[in-house]
Write a protein that binds this ligand. Sequence first.
Ligand code: VAH
Length: 315
Amino acid sequence: SILIIGACGQIGTELTLKLREINGKNSVIASDIREGNKELMKSGPFEFINAMDYNSISNIVDKYAINEIYLMAAMLSATGEKFPEKAWELNMDSLFNVLNLAKEGRVKKIFWPSSIAVFGPTTPKENTPQETIMEPSTVYGISKQTGERWCEYYFNKYGVDVRSIRYPGIISWKANPGGGTTDYAVEIYHKALLIGKYKSFLKKETKLPMMYMDDAIDATIQIMDAEPETIKVRSSYNLSAMSFSPEELALEIKKIVPEFTIKYKEDFRQSIADSWPKSIDDSSARKDWGWNHKYDIVKMSEKMLNNLHSKYKIL
Ligand code: VAH
């Protein structure tokens, strides 16, 4: 069966729900350090796991005969800059725990998310290649770059079947993101419906690679279902669907919420965003295991506003 560590997070929540749809709820164990939202908690089995504690994972692996782990627990870019040591400890200890379970043959397959945060200020910013210079300037990016190196090492040295995707910013409505720099692109939809205005913490022209959650979930399941020999990259695959700036997103929202207004007041997250690429070349993922995105900024905005509209029961 499948274990999701960090099942209550923005991606973990929807990944758990989708995997339960496909595999049956009792063969997908959700776990986190805290409980998740109602929809997640009533959708199937839940266990408390501290991702940094090997034994707490090991016990659950034995209890449910787990053979696949999706490690979705991490401290993201903005919070990582406030608590560097904690971010490094959580992001690295949790990865070593699951890689070692696979190395010992107790788990067959691992999914571990990397991020476009592995790229830094010296990386080419447009159409960033799969292989390129990477000098990440955030603790989160450093931990993801190091994690990629360890994933490739455990694959080459111990035959561990670990697969990874460099997620761009991910936009969703079911569960809130926590502590990211791209989170403005989620908050803006809520604020557009609730108060008709938004103060962006990134400058209007800050273009970043983005993806709607349904595409991210489909890509994650697709790479895990792919035949091993099609996975040519064992560090982590570039992945993206679109790129946009706060100004472009606000324009899209105005088409549906005409009275919406936006202001810009950058904070410390601006320097994080400035260190990242503007657009990503994900041709390797498209070639190796058939990745193809379905959502552009128009389709995403319709989905986000329609779902949030009913979630908030706006009359
Ligand atoms: C963050 N949402 O903002 C995450 C992600 C590329 C962005 O890593 O930190």
